[in-house]
Design a binder for this molecule. Structure first.
Ligand SMILES: Cc1cc2nc3c(=O)[nH]c(=O)nc-3n(C[C@H](O)[C@H](O)[C@H](O)COP(=O)(O)OP(=O)(O)OC[C@H]3O[C@@H](n4cnc5c(N)ncnc54)[C@H](O)[C@@H]3O)c2cc1C
Length: 214
């Protein structure tokens, strides 16, 4: 397999390398996690301003329609420059592409741009205390109540939940079918009194992950 970059990949790399050379992220903040997160969020905003926040997204949604190789070049150059991983990494890599593929036109209009700019951060509510690799064991339930859904359950390892406006949450909506069916992917607003975020303190002293009680 030939992994040599072709001409357009080299041009992509050089343009990106030039951008990073012109946008010094400054010294990585130490100590305060909130300050560190704000630093990552600010840098994502700068990337988004110049169309670099989500190179793998289609051009119509603010990306560059990058190939897999170009996406790899992006992360290689990001690391090389010392710039931080975009704050909204789960929105850029998971929520955004899911909404592009399965969302309604209204959902695309509403959610995609704030993901790109980092204005609205997303977290991933999949794992539970008894549902990790075997995600189909999850117990969080969602029940219809008129136009609303009432969700009850617990999630764990929810990275970045403390900064998130939205959660891509998987809950059981039909318990009459096989356990890997009857699951629904919700776009859940985190700004609700019923959503409690409790940090999990790591041995490093940081709290990258959380538990969610809903
Ligand atoms: C850095 C990091 C960030 C994360 N962020 C999030 C997040 O934001 N949101 C979220 O929902 N989750 C998150 N997770 C959780 C993650 O995606 C997995 O769901 C979780 O780590 C796996 O579940 P578990 O810890 O219960 O392990 P288990 O599923 O219990 O697995 C434990 C061990 O058993 C093995 N094992 C499991 N089943 C089998 C089997 N059938 N046969 C053989 N071996 C098996 C596994 O390989 C593993 O070695 C994160 C994890 C990490 C490491």
């Amino acid at each position: 397999m030939d992994l040599t970059f072709n001409e357009s990949e080299l041009a992509f790399r050089d343009e990106l390398r030039g951008w990073f050379a012109d946008h010094d992220p400054g010294r990585e903040p130490e100590g305060d996690e909130d300050v560190h997160y704000a630093w990552r969020r600010d840098f994502q905003r700068q990337l988004a301003d110049d169309g670099w926040a989500a190179v793998h997204w289609p051009v119509e949604y603010g990306g560059r329609g990058a190939t897999m190789t170009e996406s790899a070049i992006f992360f290689e150059e990001l690391g090389r420059s010392g710039a931080p991983l975009p704050a909204n990494v789960l929105g850029l890599l998971l929520a955004g592409p899911t909404i592009m593929t399965y969302g309604t036109p209204e959902q695309k209009d509403r959610y995609l741009n704030p993901i790109l700019t980092g204005e609205e951060i997303w977290c991933q509510g999949f794992s539970e205390p008894d549902a990790g690799s075997d995600l189909a064991s999850l117990k969080t339930r969602a029940v219809r109540d008129g136009d609303d859904w009432v969700i009850t359950g617990q999630k764990v390892w929810t990275s970045g939940a403390q900064y998130s406006k939205w959660c891509m949450l998987v809950a059981r909506t039909d318990s009459e079918v096989a356990k890997h069916k009857g699951l629904t992917y919700f776009l859940m607003d985190m700004d609700q009194a019923e959503v409690q975020v409790r940090p999990l303190r790591q041995i490093t002293g940081e709290s990258e992950f959380n538990e969610l009680f809903i």
